[in-house]
Design a protein around this ligand. Structure first.
Ligand SMILES: [Zn+2]
Length: 370
């Protein structure tokens, strides 16, 4: 304090925080304090330094919990945004996630992410997006993303410790891919080094997770055909099919593949006010993407030219190949089909009726004459 007076410097002890660091808190007096004029507070349980929350054991639970809470509130905003427009802003939602939410969640991860320690990392972070969304959005699952960031950080710190960490992490991911998901070892990856190898292993784990999710989804429905096309088709890397489409076509393709779309069947099942029935206004039992693409009498005349252009008529093929998606999305956009349907609703709309699912109302297209 004497030094500050002679050097014109100023401290602000009232802003100080005190924390004792130890892994054995019982061995020490954790309530001990220090004598500094104007500093009265005792030790704190969590301290924020440069955006990272520290605790006395230098474990990252508090940081991850606080970050997850923040991320969850961000996510709630994005969800409200996409819901209010029924998925129309899906592409933007993905962008917001990748540009805002994920960076906030992964901030400082080279410090707190336990690289290669799967048990420590698992279940720690709230990852609010559904597996399907991650897949369709081509957004890397968060833990894999963190692994990638941490590895590339370690790789940058050019020393032998960094090399060892990268190699250990690569091995850990590889082992996981082999044991937990029963995938085959990738001989190629073993020859590669560092980031490239990690990229391949992450891809393998991600794919295996997708397959695991598909298996789960299948057990929840009585028949495969009740699943959205996105869930029924195999993993394709980054969905290259969609990447070659224009942005707007790719959005329409995603909506159709996930069946998250402003059609009566979806809106009814999601209990949107004003959608009392899942049927089509043309008397067909369920207005689904498949119904519109293949069956609805409203579109009979234009449908044939679309099927001819795509040179296919199988629904799964139409929605999982580039040619099929190109033709179908072009058709939807050219004739503004989604808008037409919502306009028809406006013109012929019914008053909101009884909400909720009616037993027995679930009739699949394959069983109807529509
Ligand atoms: Zn119809």
């Amino acid at each position: 304090m004497a030094w500050t007076r002679t050097h014109g410097a100023k401290f602000a002890p009232e802003k100080y925080q005190l924390m004792h660091f130890t892994r054995r808190p019982k061995k020490f007096n954790m309530q001990a304090t220090v004598q500094i004029p104007k500093f009265q507070a005792g030790p704190v349980p969590v301290m924020r330094i440069l955006g990272i929350h520290l605790d006395p054991k230098l474990k990252w639970g508090p940081h991850v919990r606080l970050t997850a809470a923040k991320a969850a509130s961000h996510m709630a905003s994005v969800t409200r945004l996409t819901r209010s427009t029924w998925g129309a802003t899906f592409a933007q939602a993905r962008q917001i996630y990748a540009a805002v939410i994920r960076p906030a969640m992964s901030y400082g991860c080279p410090v707190w992410f336990a690289l290669g320690d799967e048990r420590a990392n698992r279940n720690r972070l709230i990852y609010p997006l559904q597996t399907v969304l991650k897949h369709e959005a081509s957004v890397e699952p968060l833990d894999l993303h963190l692994e990638r960031l941490a590895v590339s950080y370690s790789a940058k710190t050019e020393n032998s410790e960094g090399d060892r960490t990268v190699e250990a992490a690569r091995k850990a991911v590889e082992t996981r891919a082999q044991h937990r998901f029963k995938t085959k070892g990738t001989a190629l990856a073993r020859q590669d080094k560092g980031k490239a190898a990690i990229g391949k292993e992450i891809e393998a784990v991600w794919t295996a997770r997708w397959e695991e999710y598909q298996q789960q989804a299948r057990t929840q429905v009585s028949h495969e055909r009740h699943l959205a096309v996105a869930v029924r088709t195999p993993w394709t890397r980054g969905l290259r099919t969609k990447e070659r489409l224009t942005k707007v076509k790719s959005t329409v393709a995603t909506l159709l593949r996930m069946e998250h779309i402003g059609l009566n069947d979806y809106l009814f099942r999601r209990r949107v006010p004003g959608y009392a029935k899942p049927d089509c206004d043309y008397g067909c039992p369920r207005q689904t993407p498949k119904h519109i693409v293949l069956f609805c009498t409203m579109h009979t005349t234009r449908r044939s030219s679309i099927l001819a252009e795509a040179k296919m008529s199988d629904y799964i093929e139409l929605l999982s190949t580039e040619a099929g998606l190109r033709a179908v999305t072009k058709w939807f956009l050219q004739w503004d089909i989604l808008t037409q349907l919502s306009l028809a609703k406006l013109v012929y709309g019914e008053k909101p009726g009884r909400r909720g699912r009616r037993p027995g109302a679930y009739v699949d297209e394959d069983d109807s004459d529509c």
